[in-house]
Write a protein that binds this ligand. Structure first.
Ligand code: B12
Length: 217
């Protein structure tokens, strides 16, 4: 079974996707490939069917549960993280948002690239991001929003950071289905990335900018 076959099984909400992932891992398939071209692609296909009203909420939920279980199988096979953390990131889904698969992958990718990551879960009130960032002395706060209705809740975190004079301490970045660069700029976030790989590049840039502004003071 190829990653593309697995994507099709997930799209069809077929539980045998789990067995297929297991078999592929036993046959030494590339876990990153299985994740991207299999599971994430499968979710994209489910999202398209939902949009076209071929699937409804029940299918969306069953499909994402299968995807989540596939990710749990693949996860231990992904490369290990390095020892010395580059920077500290607090990340989660903003208030009102239950989508955690996307930011979970960003967290994983950041860890693989040497960041210390604190995952906050879903439906996180703005102030909890600030409290956690202060507690762990974070460099970056990562906000995930998949719904048009939850993007304004990213703005609340940016506003708290500004109002509490924390702009020099924390860079705020956003991502997730319904976000884009334009929306990030509109709400005054420091950055946006389309996916987990770009999120690593963005976080590295954020750290550099933070260091530069610290030495300029
Ligand atoms: C799975 C899913 C669900 C699952 C979530 C399960 C879970 N544990 O996460 C469940 C069933 C719970 C769900 C519920 C709902 N969903 Co939903 N869901 C999806 C679906 C199919 C896939 C999303 C996903 O996880 N993709 C997999 C990830 C890995 O892919 P990705 O987006 O490429 O991820 C990358 C980026 O987003 C980025 N990223 C993510 N977070 C962050 C954070 C930072 C800081 C950075 C830098 C980057 C970053 O990096 C990720 C990894 O590369 C999408 C459709 C779609 N095409 O996106 C709809 C979708 C997001 N859902 C939608 C809707 C409408 C809903 C519901 C309102 C449905 C309902 N009627 O109840 C509820 C809302 C629940 C809530 N309050 O949040 C709509 C949103 C439309 C809109 N314009 O707002 C979508 C777009 C479907 C559609 N086409 O209509 N959903």
């Amino acid at each position: 079974m190829t990653a593309t076959d697995i994507a099709k099984l997930i799209e069809a909400i077929d539980n045998s996707a789990l067995q297929a992932v297991n078999d592929a891992l036993n046959e030494n398939a590339d876990p990153v490939d299985l994740l991207k071209k299999g599971v994430i692609e499968g979710l994209r296909l489910i999202g398209r069917k939902f949009e076209e009203q071929e699937y409804f909420l029940a299918e969306l939920m069953m499909g994402s549960k299968i995807a989540e279980d596939c990710i749990a199988l693949i996860d231990p096979h992904l490369p290990e993280a390095g020892a010395e953390p580059k920077g500290v990131v607090v990340i989660g889904a903003v208030q009102g948002d239950q989508h955690d698969l996307g930011y979970g992958l960003v967290a994983k990718q950041l860890e693989l690239n040497g960041f210390e990551v604190h995952q906050m879960g879903v439906d996180v009130p703005a102030m909890q991001f600030i409290d956690k960032a202060q507690e762990v002395n974070a460099d970056i706060i990562g906000l995930s929003a998949f719904l048009v209705t939850t993007i304004p809740n990213c703005a609340d975190v940016v506003d708290y950071v500004n109002d509490m004079n924390l702009k020099n301490r924390f860079k705020v970045i956003i991502g997730g289905g319904e976000t884009n660069q334009e929306r990030a700029e509109e709400i005054g976030a420091d950055g946006w990335a389309a996916n987990a790989v770009e999120a690593v590049v963005l976080c590295e840039r954020m750290l550099k900018e933070k260091q530069m502004s610290a030495t300029a003071v």
